[in-house]
Design a protein around this ligand. Structure first.
Ligand code: AMP
Ligand code: MG
Length: 396
């Protein structure tokens, strides 16, 4: 049975980025760029004014002075004629610097009367001018492949005139719940039945990671039903099942996956909760079999499936930020397995503090609602005390 770290390494080593597609820039936020993007032109495109004011020859007013007004230049317009010495052009932010002049004096430093403007400050060449290419040079690779597209990257791409952007494809993730006890939300409950919450929970997790959930519904605890659904699921980029992989009498997921030529990397991981987590591949396609317990299935999604999906969708940073935090409570623990503790994280004087988010038994889903971090307690650690430092994955 692999350790937590071994299991995650096996998974991450066996998945590769999916193909590339071009998407409209409006829908590209959160996607990962699949090609290097070089600047098609200088930015700014031309010298322009950073302020509303007067464009002048700096030599005319080294210590201030009075100049004749020679024109008005709003943003969106441009001037062709050379500005004569001893004159100024009234100019609005963003407008191109007219030929001849070499500085801009902001409004605040001037006084305009009739057809003259008095400059009340010393002026140097280059004052308040944004120069051509000062931000970005034509041909410069500003956005390398692998860049996550946030609003700032979208801004840069838009300023390059890009309408379509090459990004990694979103993973289509088939989600299958298994169990005779399950009914779908909205269906009538009967004695012994529970609602299939895992499918929707995992779909939400897939969506949040940027993937596309493909809902397969419920497979019953028999080989025929499982086979039919698993075959369908193997058409997606990734297949996730929940439940039916423990050691119970009705746990057939394992048999049927083997029958379908899935090569299993492991059937269990040395973690708590989430020990019955399995991972296999068929022709390079990853298949995750997660525990049925709703808390365990979400925790194992978080620690194993999410990083894999992110890698497949081109992300270079696939793990959540991990911080050192100080425990505010004792945690009983036996040495042996990595433990995941659902914690509430706060910050005080620049230090992260963690409280238990509630009862840690995996039966308590409410604890997950109150958790904004997962403390990852190393296998060899024993009982921890308040004040001890622990590693915490920040969930948001
Ligand atoms: P199993 O792995 O099949 O032994 O299931 C473990 C536990 O998770 C049992 O209590 C199941 O009833 C519960 N469970 C399994 N599948 C789901 C599901 N899709 N939604 C909610 N609970 C589930
Ligand atoms: Mg079951």
């Amino acid at each position: 049975m692999p350790s937590f770290e071994e299991a995650r390494k096996i998974i991450l080593d066996s998945v590769v980025p999916l193909g590339v597609e071009k998407v409209e820039i409006l829908t590209a936020t959160g996607r990962v760029l699949a090609e290097d993007i070089a600047a098609p032109w200088d930015m700014p495109l031309w010298d322009n004014t950073a302020m509303d004011g007067y464009a002048v020859h700096a030599v005319d007013c080294p210590g201030g002075g009075t100049l004749k007004l020679a024109g008005f230049l709003p943003a969106g317009d441009h001037m062709i004629a050379e500005v004569e010495r001893g004159t100024a052009v009234k100019i609005m932010t963003g407008a191109p610097i007219p030929p001849g002049v070499d500085a801009v004096v902001p409004y605040e430093e001037t006084e305009e009367q009739d057809d003259r403007v008095t400059i009340k400050t010393a002026v140097k060449p280059g004052d308040h001018i944004r120069f051509k290419g000062e931000d970005v040079r034509s041909g410069e690779t500003v956005l390398p492949a692998g860049t996550l597209l946030r609003p700032s990257e979208i801004s840069m791409l838009a300023s390059f005139g890009k309408v379509f952007v090459p990004v990694y494809r979103r993973a289509r993730v088939a989600i299958l719940s298994t169990g005779d006890e399950l009914v779908e939300p909205g269906e009538a409950l009967a004695p012994g039945k529970i609602i299939n919450s895992n499918s929707l929970a995992l779909a939400a997790a897939v969506t949040q990671a940027g993937g596309i959930p493909v809902m397969l519904g419920i497979a019953r605890d028999n080989r025929e039903s499982l086979r039919e659904k698993l075959v369908e699921g193997l058409r997606a980029d990734v297949l996730i099942t929940s439940a039916g992989v423990s050691a119970g009498d009705c746990d057939y997921v394992r048999d049927v996956l083997t029958e379908l030529m899935v090569v299993q990397a492991f059937w269990r991981v040395d973690i708590k909760p989430g020990r019955p987590t399995a991972f296999g591949l068929r022709d390079g396609k990853p298949i995750f079999s997660l525990p049925g317990n709703p808390v365990s299935s979400l925790l194992t999604f978080e620690e194993f499936v999410r990083p894999a999906l992110l890698k497949m969708m081109g992300h270079s940073r696939v793990l959540r930020p991990m911080v050192k935090a100080t425990l505010q409570m004792d945690i009983p623990k036996k040495p042996g397995r990595v433990n995941f503790i659902r914690v509430a994280v706060t910050q005080e004087n620049g230090e992260f503090l963690v409280q238990s988010a509630g009862k840690q038994d995996t039966g308590f889903l409410k604890t997950l609602l109150l958790a904004d971090g997962i403390a990852v307690i190393p296998a060899e650690k024993q009982d921890l005390r308040a004040g001890d430092k622990v590693d915490v994955h920040l969930l948001d």
